[in-house]
Design a protein around this ligand. Structure first.
Ligand SMILES: [Ca+2]
Ligand SMILES: [Ca+2]
Length: 334
């Protein structure tokens, strides 16, 4: 009876998509507190309650898991969901709209959800050298070399890393130096001295046993000898250069003139909060370019708050809503 269940999901998803539009999720006639949704997502998706469901069938009963991201959920009365103070209940047609807070069977539990860290540098202003929430450090000082055959904003000035757009140089060089994705990439340029040392350090993320780091890098040119030199490091303490441990091979990698994929298994750092460090260490180079940095299966503690409940439901149409409960049951349903 798969088709019937599809119908159930359609109803359920309809209910959720209604919630995602930022409208009130419940009648305002009683003392109800429900979630209305405010779009305030700053990482990944575009809604701040992200519904996700898994189900399996056992006889006539479907086991349905409801998973919600309540990181930025706000209840009526402008009450922001606070995991320290509030509980989360589900109520609906399947429990005759039981008063939230009266039956522990319908209480959602907090869970950790793995997601992917991804940076393609498309969310930054072109030519900015402020890469927040990434951190940059410049351990050398002095102006960068100018490039003979192109001009671009900020060329020749002193900076650590820059968001470089090859479509907007004069002349454009997107044909010879295209990004791995989109319009831009992060780049470090050699300063007017030898043995450069410029760091690009990621936001913090919690590593799991299946986390893998992948990124693409390329040398701008080989005018000055070998490929640009890079070191890849991690820190499980702070995000200052001295906190980092080298994970790339030898003392440095020489990056080819073609886009090259680098992959590092991070599983040995599972359950640690970790920063990634990309270090430009060319001796007398030109420009190192990085794009599309991915870390699979990470947690973002303190950033995302997920709650989950699994219910056994018969075939049929079920409508439901989520309710915030503080201290005592939220409302009488008469
Ligand atoms: Ca120039
Ligand atoms: Ca890009």
């Amino acid at each position: 009876m798969k088709t019937t269940f599809t119908f159930i999901l359609a109803i359920i998803l309809y209910s959720l998509s209604y919630a995602q539009k930022g409208e009130s999720n419940i009648d305002r006639t009683s003392k109800n507190e429900s979630f209305r949704i405010i779009d305030n997502s700053n990482f990944g998706g575009s809604q701040n309650i992200l519904p996700s469901m898994k189900s399996s069938k056992n006889g006539d009963i479907y086991k349905v898991t409801f998973l919600v991201d309540v990181s930025n959920a706000c209840a009526e009365g402008n009450i922001w969901f606070d995991p320290e103070k509030h509980d989360l209940y589900i109520s609906g047609t399947f429990n005759d709209w039981t008063m939230p807070g009266t039956d522990e069977l319908f209480k959602l539990q907090p869970v950790e959800v793995q997601t992917e860290f991804f940076e393609n540098w498309e969310g930054f202003d072109y030519w900015t050298t402020d890469l927040h929430p990434w951190t940059t450090y410049q351990l050398t000082s002095g102006e960068t070399w100018e490039t003979h055959y192109i001009d671009f904003p900020g060329e020749g000035t002193e900076f650590a890393w820059i968001i470089f757009n090859p479509f907007e140089t004069t002349p454009p060089i997107d044909d010879t130096h295209p990004p791995m994705s989109g319009n831009s990439y992060a780049a470090a340029m050699q300063y007017k001295g030898l043995n450069d040392n410029k760091w690009l350090i990621s936001p913090k993320m919690e590593i799991t046993s299946s986390s893998i780091l992948m990124f693409w890098a390329i040398s701008f040119s080989h005018h000055y000898g070998g490929g640009e030199r890079m070191r890849v490091s991690i820190s499980i303490s702070g995000n200052e250069p001295e906190d980092f441990i080298l994970i790339s091979e030898r003392n440095y990698i020489e990056v080819p003139r073609e886009w090259t994929l680098y992959t590092y298994d991070l599983s040995e750092y599972a359950n640690h909060n970790l920063f990634l460090g990309f270090q430009f260490v060319s001796s007398d180079g030109e420009m190192l370019i990085i794009d599309d940095i991915t870390v699979s299966d990470v947690n973002f503690p303190g950033n995302k708050v997920y709650y989950q409940i699994t219910l056994e439901l018969p075939e049929g149409v079920h409508e439901y809503k989520y309710y915030l409960v503080e201290n005592q049951p939220t409302w009488d349903i008469g």
